[in-house]
Each structure stands twice: as C-alpha cells, then as structure tokens.
Ligand binder design. Structure first.
Ligand SMILES: Nc1ncnc2c1ncn2[C@@H]1O[C@H](COP(=O)(O)OP(=O)(O)OP(=O)(O)O)[C@@H](O)[C@H]1O
Ligand SMILES: O=P(O)(O)OC[C@H]1O[C@H](OP(=O)(O)OP(=O)(O)O)[C@H](O)[C@@H]1O
Length: 207
C-alpha cells in the first residue's frame, strides 16, 4: 500500500488527469466527493487530499509516502523530502511586480508576498534591502492600496497583474508541480515508487 498526498485546488484536476493517463484506475469519487481519504484497493493506493502548502508536511512526517507539490512550495521551505519527478503540470512563474513607475518611499522597499523566504533570498542575492510583508492571498492588492511597493507572486497568464494595472519587473523562477517522496518510503517501497515514476514519465508532456 502506498499513500499519496494530493493538493486540493488548481493542481488537483491536472494531477488526477496525469495519473489516469498513466493508467491508474481512479474512481469517480475523485471528482464527486468531499472525502479527504480515498482508498483505491485495486491499485494498492490511498490518496489523502490536503492544502497545497501542507502536502510537504504530510510527506516529511511519513504519513504520506508520496506527494504532489508546486516548486514554489519547495523553494519556500527547506524540507526533508526528495523531489523525484517534474510532472510539468500547473506551469507558472514567480516574479517581482509593481505599479509602472512606482516610487519607493524610504530606504527599504516593502515587498508583499506569500513567499517570504523566496523573496528575502532573492533580494539578498540582488544586494537589495527590503522589508517583507507576509500575506496569504490577493497579493496584487498590496501595491494598489499602499501596503507595499512591490510584490513577489505567482504569474501564469498575467491576467491578474494586467487587470490590476501592475507590471512584471523581474522573473525569479519557473514553476511546475513535482512528485515528492519521503526518504524512508523511498528506501522501503522503492519498487512501487520506481514503477510509478516510470509510468508517469511516459505520459508527462515535453514542453
Ligand atoms: N495562476 C496559477 N496558474 C498555474 N499554477 C498556479 C497558479 N497559482 C498557483 N499555481 C500553482 O498551484 C499551486 C497551488 O495553488 P492553489 O491556488 O491551488 O493553492 P493555494 O493558493 O496555495 O491554496 P488556497 O488558495 O487553497 O489557499 C501553487 O503552489 C503553484 O505551484
Ligand atoms: O497570472 P494569472 O493567470 O492571473 O494567475 C496569477 C494569480 O493566480 C494566483 O492567485 P490565486 O488565484 O491562487 O488566488 P490567491 O490570490 O488567493 O492566491 C497568484 O497568486 C496570482 O494572483
């Protein structure tokens, strides 16, 4: 039996589609129910459904053997898990954005973000002193309302930036979802995990 932590939200649908393409027989419960634990006995698999930021926690603690997590989450927190496969789904990038010709008042620009560690290390590497303001969502609001001078956030289509009159200033990192594994599970259940990697690798897109 193998336990996989799946992120609820936007990655979920693409991840389920990828698993089905790899010929894992997942029941309609995946779309239809509000259950947080879904057992698939014919595949000897158990799926647990978690918040995207929490998937790594379940895998690190070993209550899930595997998980699917955005690279953004992996970059934000150093965790004791192995990243074993780029699933090439939920593509987006992390970027610095702000108002066009936005002026900075004071010495250290204020940067609003859901990713305080990524933002701090990025600006440290740039040799720029900033004040980080942690938010949990609607990051684009911060410069509009005067909470921050810039933001560090996910950009996908660019629509949220555009519709809020913001512009991308610097690109920080390319993001896709990754298959992650608990180090002990990787040793104990290597045959089943390797088989899963092979099956997924065959159906992952090339772009
Ligand atoms: N606009 C986007 N387009 C594509 N992928 C995205 C986008 N925004 C985020 N992602 C990716 O999807 C992952 C999950 O995002 P999602 O919005 O579902 O969850 P969340 O914002 O962390 O959680 P919640 O909104 O439930 O608090 C992110 O970690 C990132 O890798
Ligand atoms: O470039 P786009 O295609 O417009 O996508 C980018 C937006 O998507 C994410 O937000 P999400 O929808 O997860 O909402 P949130 O603000 O609650 O995090 C991200 O934080 C951006 O705001």
């Amino acid at each position: 039996m193998i336990t996989i932590a799946m992120p609820k939200g936007r990655i979920f649908e693409e991840a389920v589609e990828l698993l089905r393409k790899a010929e894992y027989r997942l029941p309609p419960e995946f779309e239809e129910s509000r259950k947080l634990i879904i057992d698939v006995p014919e595949e000897e698999m158990r799926f647990i459904l978690a918040k995207p930021m929490d998937v790594v926690t379940y895998v690190e603690h070993g209550v899930a053997d595997l998980g699917i997590a955005g690279k953004d989450v992996m970059l934000e927190e150093e965790r004791d898990v192995y990243e074993i496969l780029d699933l090439k789904i939920s593509k987006c990038h992390l970027a610095v954005a702000g108002l066009p010709n936005g002026k900075v008042n004071g010495v250290a620009p204020r940067v609003a973000t859901k990713y305080p560690n990524v933002a701090s290390s990025y600006f440290r590497e740039q040799g720029e002193q900033v004040e980080i303001i942690k938010l949990n969502g609607s990051i684009e609001l911060a410069p509009l309302i005067g909470l921050a001078d810039r933001i560090v956030d996910i950009v996908s289509t660019g629509r949220t930036l555009k519709e809020n009159g913001l512009v991308e200033l610097e690109r920080i990192a390319e993001i896709t979802s990754r298959l992650i594994v608990n180090p002990v599970s990787y040793r104990m259940k290597d045959t089943k995990i390797d088989e899963m990697m092979e099956r997924l690798s065959r159906v992952i897109g090339d772009e």
